[in-house]
Design a protein around this ligand. Structure first.
Ligand code: PHE
Length: 386
């Protein structure tokens, strides 16, 4: 509105009144200017809202927070607008600025909560993943030869036998001489036996060998016990054999029974009981005449193959169609051996046997190759859980 100088009193001295220029007026009164500034703030808020989804992890959210609300952030930069405003506008702008800043901080905090909740859920679902295979600890397993030896021990213990042990490095005397094996017997030949070299500078040990069988424990039992003697002696033995069916280290179980009036019939009856208990079936057995210097008479001991019936009509792979499986040697203890053990052969008699444990373990578990037993390959051993 324009007023003329003459329109009102004192118009003559109207020098004090200056008409404000439009921008200043607008600044002073016009909400429009403030609105514009506030709209800029709101625009920044809207941009943040639109870009929140970019913040897919805490790092990206922090980057967004710095971009908008940091010291050099987009919103902070707009604080400068305040300087160009009149006091009333400043106040409105200040309030709007604080409110929008609080709202934006709220958005960031909300997004942070969402991310944390998502992370928590992901963590929970990871823990609850029931499809995960159970993690078993490595507990190891019992070697098939050990479990077979234990099973043999259980059977013979139940029949009143004690379990004895003997040294692996044995006196030639016990391994050969006292078992009626003459010093020129081929069994002493280097082909069969590991002789132990003398200790350098020490006592000559030419009379020590790695025991070639468990039979020396017979002598040790006789020297330390009085009849009636009923013992078994399972353990490792050593020979210089090494092919598909022989290993230089293998295992035997010795049996010895000495008392008055013991006969071959007792041996056969005990073996029948053993076979029934061990193989779980009434399998026929047979004794085939054979020669071992420490028994007289001597016999190979065979048991009917329990595996033939698994493959009726086919040649059994275990006994190769012979229907018999040879377990080892046996016989009546030679009088010379009783004598060497300090036992009167006129009063006492006894029987003995020596079977291969590894062969029995192979039979029990269907293992095709002896070497598997000694290679220590865990892929093989794991197949025999305790
Ligand atoms: N010691 C004999 C061997 O190793 C087996 C055996 C033991 C034979 C006892 C008869 C009596 O072949």
């Amino acid at each position: 509105m324009h007023t003329s100088v003459g329109d009102f009193p004192g118009a003559r001295c109207n020098f004090g009144v200056r008409r404000p220029r439009a921008p200043a007026l607008r600044r002073r009164y016009g909400a429009g200017v403030s609105d514009d500034a506030i709209q800029q703030l709101q625009g920044i808020d809207a941009e943040l809202a639109a870009r929140l989804d970019e913040a897919v992890d805490p790092e990206k959210l922090y980057a967004l927070q710095v971009e908008f609300l940091g010291k050099k952030g987009k919103l902070t930069a707009k604080r400068a607008l305040m300087g160009s405003l009149e006091p009333a506008g400043k106040k409105a702008f200040g309030q709007a600025f604080n409110a929008i800043k609080a709202a934006m901080e709220g958005r960031v905090a909300g997004r942070k909560e969402t991310l944390e909740a998502q992370a928590r859920l992901a963590e929970l679902s990871r823990i609850q993943d029931l499809t995960m295979l159970p993690q078993r600890g490595h507990v190891g397993s019992v070697h098939p030869i050990t479990s077979t030896r234990r099973a043999l021990e259980t059977v013979f213990r139940s029949m009143g036998f004690d379990v004895l042990d003997g040294p692996h490095v044995e006196a030639e005397q016990y391994n050969f001489d006292d078992l009626n094996i003459a010093s020129d017997h081929p069994a002493r030949d280097m082909q069969d036996t590991f002789f132990v070299a003398p200790l350098s500078g020490g006592q000559a040990a030419a009379d020590l060998v790695l025991r070639t069988h468990t039979s020396p424990v017979q002598v040790r039992a006789m020297l330390t016990r009085k009849p009636p003697i009923r013992i078994i002696a399972p353990g490792t033995v050593f020979r210089r054999d090494d092919d598909a069916t022989h290993s230089p280290t293998f295992h035997q179980i010795e049996g010895l029974c000495i008392d008055e009036g013991v006969s071959m019939a007792d041996l056969k009856a005990t073996m029948e009981r053993f076979v029934r208990a061990f193989f779980g079936a009434d399998l026929a057995i047979r004794l085939r005449p054979s020669y071992f210097p420490f028994v007289e008479p001597g016999a190979e001991f065979d048991v009917v193959c329990p595996f033939c019936e698994r493959t009726p009509g086919e040649t059994c792979s275990v006994c190769r169609g012979s229907h018999w499986i040879e377990l080892g040697g046996s016989g009546m203890v030679h009088p010379n051996v009783l004598r060497a053990g300090g036992i009167d052969p006129e009063r006492y008699t006894g029987w003995a046997f020596g079977f291969g444990i590894d062969r029995m373990a192979m039979l029990l578990h269907g293992v095709s190759h002896l070497r598997l037993m000694f290679e220590g390959d865990v892929r093989f051993l794991e197949q025999f859980p305790c």
